[in-house]
Design a protein around this ligand. Sequence first.
Ligand code: ITT
Length: 202
Amino acid sequence: MGYLLLATNNQAKVREYRSLLENIPFELVTLAERGITTVVEETGDSLEENARLKAVLLAGESQLLSLADDSGLEVDALGGEPGRLSARYAGEGASDRDRISYLLKRLEKVPWDIRSARFRCVIALAMPGGEVNLCSGECRGFITFEPKGGGGFGYDPVFYLPELGKTMAELSLEEKNRVSHRGQAARKARQLLEKMALNLPA
Ligand code: ITT
């Protein structure tokens, strides 16, 4: 069985992928397990470009099939912000809590019915030789007025799912994976990986 490198430094993403990609025909390995400390500069203009950048660079470095994701929150009332800058919103060195406070401040006077938003995730699967496949997923919701719930990561405590009546951070890992942007993208990636393992064209 070949290896699949989870090319992310975000441990919460690693946790989600370990569950989402359970029983795929590849053995999952992390950057830490391979002793890789490379941090890829996210210089692309889109989630697609940045996912590709991360996966290609780390596939080249590790010589392993590599999965990277670039993901972000897009808030309609903020014209799609923070988008691909989601991890850097509120400045370098800011925490999840700082980013949430900054976002809520920006939305202070925005009423509930126009606090709509979506999470987007683009997964890039890169072969060491440079071939790349992309898969994407999105999940719609509303930004709450205050954080709620202790699960997940990032903006999950302020991302409310109307169909479930809960924030993303109030869901278990399995429940989040069932509805999330990353869950949807990962189910497509799983199909590609199953074909790759059989040497079928992706
Ligand atoms: P890697 O690049 O190493 O994978 P990262 O955390 O920097 O880790 P991104 O560049 O893709 O990852 O930034 C994604 C940011 O978007 C993340 O730090 C969160 O702030 C937000 N985000 C993405 N997916 C999320 C999710 O499922 N729940 C909450 N916030 C999320």
